[in-house]
Design a protein. Structure first.
Length: 396
């Protein structure tokens, strides 16, 4: 319990949006967060993902509240299509329709086309086709009014839930390496082919959504190597998300960005925090951790004919869980401090035989916290083959 509390303290909140400097009253948005599926596994924290995204779009991006449509419990195919059609009709040339989605995705078993699942989808292939909506269809509808579209999708298409379980037991879906994207559409997805999108329990968000929201608060400004200027571009945001997932030990997930242009997503200036685990309860006990290499734009956008899935999303090597290790050290230090202070405070107390004194109670509490921290430190050192994400060399 103590180490989970310490890790939660170490991660800054992204739920209260920071004001942006340049409002976009001509934009519109559809925000979808389907946490409770009728007949499929639930998606942890999808409702919180949607609420935080709505806050970003309204407060930071500056979209008027009456131009944002939010769908949650029970959202099905018909409601999703209707919301996109209504909001797209409001967006003309020069403005943007945003669609953010947290929920289940899959690949059409017949065509491999990427689809988003409505809340009433069932655990069989025919239902996936009937009660889902293809991403490509939504993209076509999103630009029907003449504007551009940005899709931020915290889902995967491998037929697995956010926790990694199969949506259809024993079934994997063939996911094409490349998917067709319409003109004037940016698609940013939480995971690559055959990967799955992870939850970040300490933040109570999807890992992709958490890092994206952080990037758009200003944390990513300058992340792609350009000087910080108060504007977060999509290249900067994507570079920041890739780096931050590695710092958070989310190793089996490499988001995919497909965009025709380098767009400015937000105008916010919140300084970037340290997400590597150093900012835990009692401070930097191990000293600073070197920052992960920041991918270049060339590394983020493979050239023609290059299959990124063949290179693998991460290096296969052992690495300790740095955030957990630091949390365990901080917890053990806190417990030892409690025990030491109790001894100093009550050292003049003479225990009565057969009874507990306040000193003994506090000492037992401090000792318990100390040994809990030691246990967490040990768990953090268990071997894992999935080391931090290491950007691949740029393709020729």
């Amino acid at each position: 319990m103590w180490w989970l509390l310490g890790l939660a303290w170490a991660l800054p909140s992204v739920d209260q949006a920071v004001p942006g400097e340049v409002p976009r009253p001509g934009d519109a948005a559809v925000v979808i967060g389907i946490e409770d599926y009728f007949l499929l596994p639930d998606v942890p924290h999808a409702a919180r993902d949607a609420a935080a995204m709505e806050q970003f779009l309204r407060v930071t991006r500056g979209i008027p509240g009456d131009r944002i449509r939010t769908l949650g419990v029970g959202a099905n195919r018909e409601q999703i299509v209707d919301a996109v059609d209504r909001m797209a009709a409001l967006v003309g040339p020069g403005d943007t329709l945003w669609l953010t989605y947290a929920g289940h995705g899959a690949a059409d078993p017949a065509t491999g086309e990427q689809v988003l699942l409505g809340a009433d989808a069932q655990a069989d292939a025919l239902s996936f086709q009937a009660r889902s909506v293809p991403v490509a269809e939504l993209e076509s509808r999103a630009v029907a009014g003449g504007g551009q579209a940005i899709f931020i999708l915290d889902t995967c298409y491998s037929g697995r839930a956010r926790g990694g379980a199969d949506l259809i037991e024993g079934k994997r879906f063939a996911v094409p390496t490349y998917a067709q994207r319409g003109e004037r559409v940016t698609r940013w997805t939480a995971a690559g082919p055959s990967e799955w999108s992870s939850p970040l329990e300490a933040a109570r968000h999807g890992a992709f959504t958490y890092t994206v929201l952080g990037a758009l608060r200003g944390w990513a400004d300058g992340a792609s190597g350009s000087p910080a200027d108060g504007q977060v571009t999509i290249a900067e945001a994507h570079a920041y998300v890739l780096r931050s997932l590695g710092e958070l030990d989310i190793t089996g997930q490499r988001p995919v960005l497909d965009t025709p242009a380098d767009l400015v997503l937000s105008t916010a200036r919140e300084p970037a925090p340290d997400l590597s685990g150093d900012t835990a309860v009692l401070g930097r006990l191990l000293g600073p951790v070197p920052a992960s290499p920041i991918p270049t734009v060339a590394q983020l956008r493979p050239g023609p004919g290059v299959d990124p899935s063949a290179r693998g999303p991460y290096t296969q090597r052992w690495a300790p869980h740095r955030a957990t290790l630091r949390t365990g050290i901080n917890t053990a230090a806190f417990g030892g401090l409690v025990a030491a202070l109790s001894y100093a405070w009550f050292r003049s107390t003479t225990p009565t035989e057969g009874t507990f004194t306040a000193q003994q109670v506090v000492n037992i509490t401090g000792g318990s916290i100390f040994f809990t921290g030691v246990g967490v430190m040990g768990l953090s050192l268990l071997p894992t083959r999935q080391g931090p994400i290491v950007p691949q060399e740029a393709s020729p």
